[in-house]
Design a protein. Structure first.
Length: 148
């Protein structure tokens, strides 16, 4: 039986895949659980249209992410932190502070999309972080931790 998956199914396929499975597996498990629909000619046409629209939307999102990466080119952030005499800061710098510094510079990012390359930043200096703008676009950004 030919089916269209409505969600990811482990060891079978991912969402919107067109597959051939055994009749009993489709009728007794996949379709009643809402994991798949039968691949009738009308369902196939709707599936093709959905895939075409999704590809168009993802293309636009990818272009926007690449444009944002181009805007971030050459930007160096300065993050202030209270530091001792020997250059060690009190506490550590995390992705929330980087997101706030980016917001102050006019760029809004979710803190979960920012990944600092070092484990914990506890000293003054220059470091790097990566920002995931899209699953295919990851921008590396340098920032400097300065004493206040």
């Amino acid at each position: 039986m030919e089916i269209i998956l409505k969600q990811d199914v482990e060891n079978l396929g991912s969402k919107d895949d067109l597959l051939i499975v055994k009749n009993g597996y489709a009728r007794n498990y996949l379709i009643p659980q809402g994991m798949a629909i039968s691949a009738t000619p009308s369902a196939k046409k709707m599936h093709e249209e959905t895939l075409r629209q999704r590809a168009h939307k993802e293309g636009k999102i990818l272009q926007e992410a690449e444009a944002m990466a181009a805007k971030l080119e050459g930007i160096t952030l300065k993050i202030g932190a209270k530091a001792g005499e020997n250059g060690k800061i009190f506490g550590s710098v995390n992705n929330i502070q980087i997101a706030e510094a980016l917001a102050a510079a006019g760029f809004e990012f979710d803190r979960k999309s920012i990944n600092i390359k070092e484990d914990a930043i506890k000293e003054l200096g220059t470091y790097e972080a990566s920002i995931k703008l899209h699953k295919k676009v990851i921008k590396t950004l340098s920032f400097e931790v300065v004493g206040e």
